[in-house]
Design a protein around this ligand. Structure first.
Ligand SMILES: [Fe+2]
Length: 433
């Protein structure tokens, strides 16, 4: 069965004949270490959700990772038709995306799938960006979203698709309790996600992070159907990322894996994914940073990003709990902020994670157990020229009390291996300055 036929059958709701939760076929000319498997060059990594398995297994309905730019364009035409939407809406941000999004628009138009784009998105997308995009989408009568971008572009595209047919305001769907059940699932448009960075993993996530422009709080908007129906990962799209963004987004992927790995919740699948994700970042982020055209490194970082975001279904922790309010108030880069606060968080959590991180260190070929792992994070940050403190990152004169209050409200708190309190988060923030 060709990959395309597999995808079309899965999209049509057909149970695939093979039973695995994850069907992985990966090769591609840039990933030699996987060539020993059955896959051959030109195959793809597909992650398929088998609906007959336990409902708790909420991996993605279908994922596909291509490692050749030509794959992208073939699929861009196939996928929207398979999803049953005729008039598509493209979202993306930044000048780096202009070539790829314009090419996509040309292809879409030629195939009769419409020509519409919205690209007005802030680095930390707000409800105002969302409202503007939703208006353009509704006015144009579209019925599907193709979201290009890093976390900002993907999160905005997902929110536009989610809100397309809702009647309640956006904040009614914040990730609190069962608020997501307020949404009309029929009103959610299908999403095709095309990541252009390797870190956020938003392409495999069921939520978007949207900043409230009034309160400067980052809010998580969640619904299971916000999970993109199809993801097209092509490492060539990440080649143009400047080194600083490569480093920051890559460390976001590492933070997802690390926090998921340290989270006390039970999810052994995530645990394994997080561990291997950390290994990929350790091996390949320095290479991608040093040589942005290294497609093997870019490909592995793309995998690590998707793995980290899938793994953090197990939970995040204090890194994200403090990074979210810092980013919302001080407009710092999310992944870079995570990298800056990573060592202080490891110090704080040490009593609860020492043994666990010693195991991770052993797998990552790091000697010295917890201390070795801790030193490795410091050296990696140095190699990537990550600022050494929040002050060096540009966070000046912070309102610590307000940041602590926001951090303690952040949903990431629940996954931290020790309970977060006003006292320890205050101390943590002071340690990060
Ligand atoms: Fe993150």
């Amino acid at each position: 069965m060709t990959a395309n036929k597999t995808i079309l059958r899965a999209l049509a709701g057909e149970t695939l004949p093979t039973p695995p939760i994850w069907m992985m076929r990966q090769a591609g000319r840039y990933l030699p270490e996987y060539r020993a498997t059955r896959a051959k060059a030109g195959d793809f990594l597909s992650l398929c959700y088998n609906p007959e398995l336990a409902a708790e297994v909420t991996l993605q309905p279908i994922r596909r990772y291509g490692f050749d730019g030509s794959i992208l364009f073939a699929d861009i035409l196939l996928v929207p038709q398979a999803l049953g939407a005729d008039l598509w809406f493209v979202t993306g941000e930044g000048p780096r995306l202009s070539t790829i999004t314009q090419s996509t628009l040309d292809l879409m138009e030629a195939a009769g799938l419409g020509r519409a784009m919205f690209s007005d998105v802030d680095p930390n997308p707000t409800e105002m960006n969302a409202e503007a995009g939703i208006k353009v989408y509704r006015d144009g009568g579209h019925d599907g979203v193709i979201a290009f971008g890093g976390g900002s572009g993907l999160d905005l595209g997902k929110v536009i698709a989610f809100m397309a047919g809702q009647t309640r305001p956006l904040w009614d769907f914040e990730d609190i309790g069962d608020w997501w059940t307020r949404a009309d699932p029929e009103g959610i448009a299908p999403i095709v996600a095309v990541p252009t960075t390797a870190g956020t993993g938003s392409e495999v996530g069921r939520a978007s992070v949207i900043t409230n422009s009034q309160s400067h709080e980052k809010k998580i908007i969640f619904h299971p159907k916000m999970l993109p129906a199809v993801v097209i990962c092509d490492p060539e799209l990440t080649v143009g990322m400047p080194p600083m963004i490569t480093a920051g987004t890559g460390m976001d992927a590492f933070a997802h894996c690390l926090e998921a790995f340290c989270s006390p919740h039970y999810h052994p699948m995530s645990q394994g994914m997080a561990l291997e994700g950390m290994r990929l970042v350790k091996e390949y982020l320095p290479r991608a940073y040093a040589d942005g055209s290294d497609l093997e490194a870019r490909g592995h970082m793309m995998s690590a990003a998707a793995m980290g975001a899938t793994a953090f279904q197990k939970g995040l922790g204090a890194i994200h709990a403090i990074s979210h309010p810092i980013g919302a108030v001080h407009h710092t880069h999310h992944g870079t902020t995570n990298a800056v606060v990573m060592q202080p968080v490891l110090r704080m959590n040490r009593p609860a994670i020492e043994g666990r991180l010693a195991k991770a260190a052993a797998y990552l070929d790091i000697v010295g157990g917890f201390d070795g792992f801790y030193d490795f994070v410091g050296k990696l940050n140095e190699e990537l020229n990550i600022p050494s403190s929040l002050t060096a990152l540009g966070v000046t004169d912070p309102d610590i009390d307000a940041l602590v209050a926001s951090a303690l409200q952040d949903p990431s708190c629940g996954g931290n291996p020790i309970e977060l309190t006003k006292e320890n988060v205050t101390q943590l923030l002071r340690d990060c300055l």
